[in-house]
Design a protein around this ligand. Structure first.
Ligand code: BES
Ligand code: ZN
Ligand code: ZN
Length: 518
């Protein structure tokens, strides 16, 4: 359930505080104004407890203080049970990352003490507060029937944090209200992606993904879904080979956001949408297969980004989003190791491993979108276990044919606090993709540089950029960025401002990037 964010003009000396919990931030090297104000209002309760508990106000340190009636202003603050004191660290070090961590710590604490609403007394960045609070408050509990029953039985005890109230000195300006709503939109989009990844593969089929994409209804937004026959006509032999073993029909999803007025840039986003990756006939061992519902995380992020873009309606930037959705299953109809298939751009591929299926679906997806001649292509894919080995499970791998594009997206990632690190695409490794019977093999050889092998393979299907006259080709490949999210699509532990589980990465980075190009 998504938390509601409301604002309230509030005067501490006149108005009653009618909420269950209040968050007060304090620096480690000096007291904030709100600390001083509320300390006065509670007859010195805050400073007394801070001393008693040795609370140092280090960043994200939290202390829950029960407010005795005797300490409350006369006849007021009846419902206020707790003050959550949160450390902000040193005043001079208090930047975006520290702010996010402090907000996250406060919301986690508010959840832990079972209040249904919490208010913040002094806020400097409205967007950051709304966004971070929703991201941290997220949980996926749809299938927990036992917990639900227990919760209704003991309603008084187990509450859900449903509302965050921002207390403001003055009436909010329009720009502040817009900041809150854009924070909400971006966090909600991330939660849409998370929900899709959490949902099991028995629900999230290619058809389900297509239906989720169709739910986006907005101005300047169009969606088209191609079925198997339409993909056959387009000669998408690589994508369809992956799909042929499954009883679930493949769905090739195309979403286009095209605002009125001059288009400065056309960005293509391609998300890997393998709704379940069993490995196919090159079957995965059970442990490796257990989490393979997450193999559509790239497409989940793509749908998340398009949800946000449809609502934010940026001007000057066109987005084409592609998801070649399919399952990868073994069966009598499945593609085999050794099969030779032909992708949409005419290149032939010897399948040496049916578990390297993501790059086959992406091959046709990027070849297809290249025909629209976008200014750049960004693919997001849970592509290789090797990327996880290289960078661990909180960091995505970046590979590119255009350093400037990578640098721009990485700058957005850094702003958003999503970890990404560049891996090379060395020509030396292209030889590993050579086949003795076809143009390429899909899985590379040797078990080394696995993340790069995946990147180098996809690059073979990125089209050339057509020049402005549209007749002559410039001969240069379309700038392309590959984001391997095999690791960070799922956080094994709670991480910064994200709960354990589906992360929704890199929705926020890409929304930020698109907006920065508008
Ligand atoms: N979906 C997997 C990659 C993956 C692994 C995603 C772990 C998330 C967590 C991908 O399709 C795959 O199986 N890749 C193979 C490639 C190999 C056969 C060349 C891999 O990484 O082992
Ligand atoms: Zn696979
Ligand atoms: Zn896969």
């Amino acid at each position: 359930m998504v938390m509601k964010i409301t604002t309230k003009q509030f005067n501490l000396s006149k108005d009653d505080l009618k909420y269950e919990a209040l968050v007060i931030g304090n620096y480690s090297n000096e007291n904030t104004k709100e600390f001083k104000d509320y300390d006065k209002k509670t007859s010195g309760l805050l400073s007394e407890i801070v001393k008693e508990e040795n609370f140092e106000s280090n960043c994200a340190e939290v202390l829950v203080i029960r407010v005795p009636n005797a300490m409350k202003p006369k006849g007021k603050w009846k419902s206020l049970n707790k003050i959550i004191l949160v450390g902000l660290g040193k005043k001079d070090d208090f930047a975006t990352k520290q702010k996010r961590k402090a907000i996250a710590a406060s919301i986690r604490q508010a959840k832990a003490i079972n209040v249904s609403n919490v208010c913040f007394a002094h806020v400097t960045d409205y967007k950051l507060l709304a966004e971070t609070a929703i991201l941290v408050n997220y949980s996926f509990e749809k299938y927990k029937t036992k917990d639900k029953k227990e919760k209704t039985k003991t309603k008084a005890k187990a509450k859900k944090l449903e509302e965050l109230i921002v207390l403001t000195d003055k009436a909010l300006k329009k720009s502040d209200k817009d900041a809150i709503s854009s924070g909400e939109i971006i966090a909600d989009a991330t939660c849409i992606a998370r929900d899709l990844v959490w949902e099991p593969a028995c629900t999230v089929t290619p058809t389900y993904l297509a239906n989720q994409a169709k739910k986006i209804k907005a101005a300047n937004f169009k969606i088209k879904v191609l079925d198997r026959a339409a993909c056959q006509k387009l000669k998408m032999g690589a994508y369809l080979a992956v799909a042929q073993g499954s009883d679930q029909p493949p769905k090739f999803i195309e979403m286009v956001y095209s605002p009125k007025g001059k288009i400065k840039k056309h960005i293509a986003i391609v998300g890997k949408g393998v709704t379940f990756d069993s490995g196919g006939l090159s079957l995965k061992p059970s442990k490796a297969m257990e989490m393979m519902k997450e193999d559509m995380s790239g497409s989940a992020a793509t749908i998340g980004v398009m949800n946000a873009i449809a609502k934010l309606q940026p001007k000057g930037v066109k987005i084409t989003a592609i998801i070649a959705a399919t399952e990868n299953m073994p069966s009598g109809k499945a593609y085999r190791p050794g099969d030779v298939i032909t992708a949409m751009n005419g290149k032939t591929i010897e399948v040496n491993n049916t578990d390297a299926e993501g790059r086959l679906t992406l091959a046709d997806a990027v070849a297809y979108v290249s025909k629209a001649n976008p200014d750049e292509i960004i693919d997001i894919a849970t592509l290789t276990g090797a990327c996880m080995v290289a960078l661990g499970n909180v960091c995505a791998g970046l590979m590119t044919n255009d350093q400037d594009l990578l640098d721009r997206v990485k700058a957005s990632a850094e702003k958003q606090g999503e970890l990404m690190w560049q891996l090379p695409l060395y020509d030396e490794y292209r030889a590993k993709l050579k086949s003795s019977i076809a143009d390429l093999i899909n899985a590379g050889a040797g078990g080394q540089a696995g993340a790069q092998n995946g990147g180098l393979f996809i690059q073979e299907f990125i089209g050339d950029r057509k020049s402005a006259s549209k007749k002559s080709k410039s001969g240069k490949q379309i700038p392309w960025l590959h984001i391997d999210i095999a690791g960070p699509c799922w956080y094994e532990d709670e991480h910064d401002w994200s709960p354990r589980g589906a992360s929704g990465m890199p929705v926020r980075t890409l929304v930020d990037y698109v907006l920065s190009q508008a």
